[in-house]
Design a protein around this ligand. Structure first.
Ligand code: FAD
Length: 321
């Protein structure tokens, strides 16, 4: 569906609120690690939570759908792009990183890399397992990002996040407890909310011990994941603990190196799909359908997407609608 055009009045209001931090028809391939995606109808970078609230007010008055985007490291954006307002909360008011009695308060726009550096500087342990996970705090909270720690135990940011501040489309700011955020495996109950900051509960530890763990995990990631080409990380969630991993099943289905157009199942990690240079979202959707279909036939397992498809209805790709 073609989105309604943005009229001059709304363009003026957006420019008055955001100055140069609003752009129209902004190519999403510049904002995703996959380097894939059509244009965001409106790309907005609010400076702080107050500007975000005004922006959401404009969205409500004009009936615009709202989509938050962080580092774009877990996104597959449709070739037709994203209608409405795409909000990137990464301005100065979302960059806070402050020490508290029990850990760190972290703004939604802080990169995971910067967070890890802060934990080393402050000697605070508890999120080392996030080392090497690309993206920003808001996206990591929404996705409940995580990985296996150095002992092979599955760890997620929800192990440390004890307060999450969000703004809803209706403009209500609230701070949720860990339980209220309804964290699940690579997911949370925060869809429809924009995370503005979160508090992480961390324990004091020797910075060199933390650094040792960070380096080991980072090296493990470099060895086992595919860092050779643009991707969005794992395409599918792993099925329930104890069941074979999604990548293992895709590999067994003979798909490592399988290609559709410019998209390929990574020859290194079969749950990664990579952009060989000119992939379209349509190519990736076709590869997803192929992998999911073959795995279901061979293992009777229905794989579920981990990658977030935007817009949420999959754009013009019917099978994800
Ligand atoms: C090479 C590679 C390796 C990866 N390895 C891992 C890994 O080991 N473990 C792991 O968990 N992930 C991994 N990922 C995926 C990705 O890094 C994580 O999901 C990360 O948390 C995404 O953060 P982001 O800021 O990029 O979110 P985005 O990709 O921008 O967005 C992801 C989702 O969060 C929503 N969102 C973004 N910002 C906000 C906000 N402020 N408020 C509310 N919702 C928001 C978006 O609408 C979307 O639904 C990997 C990705 C790559 C490319």
């Amino acid at each position: 569906m073609t989105p309604a055009p943005i009229d001059q009045k709304l363009r003026g209001e957006l420019r008055a609120l955001l100055g140069p931090k609003v752009r129209f028809e902004e190519p999403m391939r510049s904002h995703t690690s996959f380097h894939i995606g059509g244009p965001a109808q409106i790309w907005a970078e609010p400076a702080n939570p107050q500007v975000l609230l005004s922006l959401l007010g404009l969205a409500r008055q004009n009936g615009l759908p709202v989509t938050p985007v962080g580092g774009g490291a877990n996104l597959l954006v449709a070739d037709d792009g994203i209608p409405g307002l795409v909000i990137h909360p990464a301005g100065p008011g979302f960059q806070g990183l402050t020490r508290t009695e029990s850990g760190l308060r972290v703004g939604a726009g802080v990169s995971i890399e910067k967070l890890i550096r802060a934990t080393l500087r402050e000697g605070l342990a508890g999120v080392e397992f996030l080392a090497g996970v690309p993206g920003k705090m808001g996206g990591a909270i929404r996705m409940n990002a995580g990985t296996h720690d150095e002992e092979g135990v599955v760890r997620s940011i929800s192990d440390a996040a004890d307060a999450i501040t969000t703004v809803g489309a209706e403009g209500r700011t609230q701070t949720l407890s860990n339980r209220e955020a309804d964290f699940r495996y690579r997911s949370s109950g925060l869809a429809g909310q924009i995370v503005t900051e979160a508090h992480l509960s961390l324990s004091p530890d020797d910075p060199s011990a933390i650094e040792g763990r960070v380096k080991a995990l980072w090296a493990l990631k470099r060895r086992t994941q595919d860092w050779t080409a643009p991707s969005a990380g794992c395409i599918f969630k792993n099925p329930a603990p104890g069941a074979p991993a999604a990548g293992w099943m895709i590999d067994r289905a003979g798909l490592k190196g399988f290609r559709v157009g410019g998209a390929m199942v990574s020859p290194i990690h079969a749950n990664f799909m990579i952009n060989c240079g000119n992939a379209s979202a349509r190519d990736v959707f076709a590869l997803i359908d192929e992998a999911a279909g073959r795995v279901e036939k061979m293992f009777q397992v229905r794989l579920e997407l981990e990658v977030q498809v935007l817009p949420r209805d999959g754009g013009s790709h019917d099978s994800l609608a």
